[in-house]
Design a protein around this ligand. Structure first.
Ligand code: ADP
Length: 504
């Protein structure tokens, strides 16, 4: 099959969060199965070009519209980790992708609208006829509308459009004049949910895509409720017959404690057979723990060590993280917070905790994104906490499971689908869960986790065994995506029922 991803991120060359990881790992898994995969991205100045092999001009003089003016674009091709990547470089006076960042510009809507239209133009002009165009989140969601109302009429033949909802918190609210600039008839797209002068790009993608996936089954249920829908619950319910949940995986080659280049003490997961493997995991983890404590200036003590590796944004439950730090230190345990992207105010909250507990040498705060430290932290910690307010899928808990750092999570989205509390059945339980985002619930779960670690060695070994046995490699999910791609053509070719009035 020929699959084209239209995306704003691709790990590790252009990564902000889990979306980039998914595009990368899914592409690698599909290529291994012999499929033809291309990823189209903006040519960011921040793209890590040291990872791009055979970077060269692939297509010159691609004209694309912005309002009534056409601009020239150059399409570059390269290989990143064996994936064919196409980079769109607009020769536009706004220098859309030379801003030193992927997201966060005041004109993000215009930047990604332009990128999406130019990408569709490229697919059309270059004669590609993919079986699937796979869209990721709001930045490129409007491609589904461009195909339905513009390119299909021009003769672009594709199997269909699959939209993946990684996180519906961000939707892309766009003015009618902005959408008109990429050639769409703005009047057509105002809906009951969108007030007259605002078009919601993600909502348009939901309406116009052939098929939709979200990144976990529980998140799918949550986003169809008033509480979790971020205003899109009604439109999602209306289109629920074309939505399914597919859990993300992690790249098992990259996240492999047996070969991880960032570790000095390797261990084998999942266990291949013998009983002594649990012993060797515990031994290697203990050596990693000592190294981690030394690197971060923590006291060298055999106490429970809990970590949190996260973006410090509202979604990740920063107040609950702060509570977990206090409770862990109350139990004379240790805590490592590796947190990136925090606002000044957020960072201040944790800096004041650091100040308060500096004398204990049991709390380490690192306010940056640090890949090598993240690997050692998962390998050297006993537990990883992910207390998110909402979490579409979450990769952190899957990495923690693979690195035998027992996850403590709030039961939401993909966390609920991958972590099972010790109160659940033998063989299934692999961590600790709590339901409400309340201080007392955090206290309770930390008490239970530390209590089990300290007093129930046998149960702890069972948790480790179950954790490392959970399979979150891409194999299974990749096959689910493949069957979605395969079904697109038959859905697209079904005759459309006549609609009585404008779709809303
Ligand atoms: P999200 O995409 O919302 O940030 P996920 O759990 O899906 O959350 O993915 C987070 C990824 O980013 C994981 O690979 C995690 O290890 C990594 N990560 C998060 N914060 C940091 C950090 N401060 N340093 C290094 N890696 C981080």
């Amino acid at each position: 099959m020929h699959i084209i991803h239209l995306s704003s991120e691709l790990s590790p060359a252009a990564k902000v969060g889990g979306l980039g990881d998914v595009v990368h790992s899914l592409s690698v898994a599909l290529i291994k199965e012999g499929h033809n995969v291309e990823v189209i991205l903006p040519k960011y100045d921040t793209f890590d070009y040291s990872l791009a092999k055979n970077l060269q001009v692939h297509y010159r003089n691609l004209l694309s519209y912005d309002g009534s003016t056409t601009y020239n674009n150059t399409i570059w091709s390269c290989q990143v980790d064996g994936i064919s990547v196409l980079l769109v470089e607009p020769h536009h006076p706004s220098y859309f992708f030379s801003r030193g960042m992927i997201y966060g510009c005041p004109d993000d809507i215009d930047r990604f609208l332009y990128f999406t239209r130019a990408s569709m133009e490229f697919i059309f002009k270059s004669g590609r006829k993919p079986d699937a165009i796979h869209l990721h989140d709001w930045p490129v969601a409007i491609a589904a509308t461009l195909q339905k109302d513009m390119y299909s009429h021009l003769g672009l033949q594709i199997g269909g459009m699959l939209l993946t909802l990684h996180n519906i918190e961000h939707q892309g609210h766009c003015g009618v004049n902005q959408i008109a600039r990429i050639g769409l008839d703005s009047e057509k797209y105002t809906t009951q949910e969108s007030p007259k002068e605002v078009i919601n790009l993600l909502e348009r993608g939901i309406i116009d895509s052939t098929w939709i996936t979200t990144v976990s089954a529980t998140y799918l249920k949550e986003i169809m409720t008033l509480k979790g829908g971020h205003g899109l619950d009604l439109i999602l319910k209306k289109h629920q017959s074309k939505i399914q949940g597919i859990l993300n995986g992690i790249d098992y080659n990259y996240w492999n404690p047996k070969t991880d280049p960032y570790l000095s003490h390797h261990f084998n997961t999942p266990f291949e057979s013998a009983d002594h493997e649990i012993e060797s995991v515990i031994k290697a983890k203990s050596a990693n723990k000592k190294e981690l404590q030394k690197r971060l200036g923590l006291r060298q003590r055999q106490v429970p060590l809990i970590c949190c590796v996260t973006r410090l944004v509202h979604q990740k439950g920063p107040a609950l993280i702060a509570k977990a730090i206090r409770r862990t230190l109350h139990h004379k345990g240790q805590f490592i917070l590796l947190g990136s992207e925090g606002s000044n105010e957020m960072n201040k909250l944790f800096l004041s905790l650091q100040h308060e507990f500096a004398h204990t040498k049991d709390f380490s705060l690192i306010l940056e994104r640090n890949e090598s430290l993240a690997h050692l932290t998962f390998a050297g910690s006993d537990m990883t906490i992910v207390p998110s307010l909402f979490e579409p899928c979450g990769l952190t808990q899957m990495i923690a499971l693979r690195y035998a750092s027992i996850p403590i999570v709030r039961k939401t989205g993909g966390l609920a689908d991958t972590v099972f509390d010790i109160s659940e059945s033998k063989g299934r339980r692999n961590g600790f869960t709590f339901t409400e985002a309340l201080d007392e619930m955090v206290d309770n779960v930390i008490d239970r986790a530390i209590g089990t670690y300290q007093k129930e060695k046998e149960l702890w070994s069972e948790l480790i065994e179950n954790a490392v046995a959970s399979d979150h490699s891409w194999g299974h999910s990749m096959h689910e995506y493949l069957s979605c791609y395969k079904n697109l053509r038959s859905i697209t070719s079904k005759p459309v029922k006549k609609q009585k009035k404008k779709e809303s």
